[in-house]
Design a protein around this ligand. Structure first.
Ligand code: ADP
Ligand code: ZN
Length: 220
């Protein structure tokens, strides 16, 4: 299964990508998580990305494309992957098409998750992220079992991402509509786009996504 999950920030892409990755036993390739790991580990790339991300802007396409191609060439991604947060611009989409050609593979579906923007704002401002394993919680609808402790790894650093503050959220939504939304037009002719409403519960949205996927690729 080779999937792209598309949608505005806060739509629940990351949560659904994790579940899909588990369901199909394929890796979730989340460029935002990869960049945050670089920042945490203070790599060169991390230093370059940090201030860009804190301002809600996008990291340059060539940097992202190199990072993603290296990831997709790793052993565990050879049989499938879920792209989460990538591609995010039309040039990244064009770059991805070239990467997939070099790897001689094709996409099975592009799932576009949609939601109202007022929901997005409230979801993002109550979001908390584990600095250790990138697990995502929501203080209102999906809190950790023990307050302040990560269910997945036991980490105790559940923080509000710097870019989840209201001023930056607005900027990220603008960036989404300007730079990411046009990807839907880029992919229109592929016939691979599946639109899924993202305003239900985590389980409901997950079932809708599964039901939207082409059957051949689920059995394969
Ligand atoms: P969200 O989908 O909630 O906005 P992500 O974790 O996917 O969050 O991304 C957070 C930030 O990381 C983005 O606002 C951007 O600065 C950077 N980023 C992530 N993926 C990309 C990408 N494919 N291209 C450019 N920048 C990216
Ligand atoms: Zn954790």
């Amino acid at each position: 299964m080779r999937l792209i999950l598309l949608g505005p920030p806060g739509v629940g892409k990351g949560t659904q990508a994790r579940r899909l990755a588990e369901y199909f036993t394929i890796p979730q390739v989340a460029t935002g998580d990869m960049l945050r790991d670089h920042i945490r580990d203070k790599t060169d790339l991390g230093q370059q990305a940090q201030s860009i991300m804190a301002r809600g802007k996008l990291v340059p396409d060539d940097v992202i494309l190199a990072m993603v191609e290296a990831r997709l060439r790793e052993q565990d991604a050879l049989d499938g992957f879920i792209l989460d947060g990538f591609p995010r611009t039309v040039p990244q989409g064009v770059g991805l098409t070239a990467i997939l050609e070099r790897l001689s593979v094709t996409l099975d579906a592009i799932v576009s998750v949609t939601v109202h923007s007022d929901i997005v704002l409230s979801r993002l401002s109550s979001r908390r992220t584990c600095t250790q394993c990138n697990a995502v919680y929501n203080l209102v609808i999906h809190p950790p079992r023990v307050l302040g402790v990560c269910d997945a790894c036991g980490g105790t650093q559940l923080i509000q991402r710097e870019d989840d503050r209201p001023e930056t959220i607005r900027k990220r939504l603008d960036v989404y509509y300007e730079q990411t939304f046009p990807l839907l037009a880029y992919y229109q002719s592929t016939g691979l786009i599946r639109e899924v409403p993202g305003d239900g519960t985590i389980d409901e949205v997950f079932q809708l996504i599964l039901a939207s996927l082409p059957e051949e690729s689920i059995r394969a």
